[in-house]
Design a protein around this ligand. Sequence first.
Ligand code: ZN
Length: 88
Amino acid sequence: MELTKSQVEAISLEITKKTGTKCPACGQSNCFSISQHVNHLISGKLKEDGDVSLIGATFLPVIAVTCTNCAHISFFNYSKLKERLTEK
Ligand SMILES: [Zn+2]
């Protein structure tokens, strides 16, 4: 799902309000790039042949925040962010 510019701005504000603007890996400030899409972490079942089955898989919607200095990625639960943004 693609996010609108105002959604990205609201999410950015909500995240930085709670976490600050420092990268937890390199310590650089104000160097975040927030994904323009909602991404999904998938939890599938590992099959005996080593492949992953997506039958019955669960999906967790996340916002990926990437440090433009060191490329560290943090994920934030989009469902929780959306709840907070709609409460306002
Ligand atoms: Zn960094």
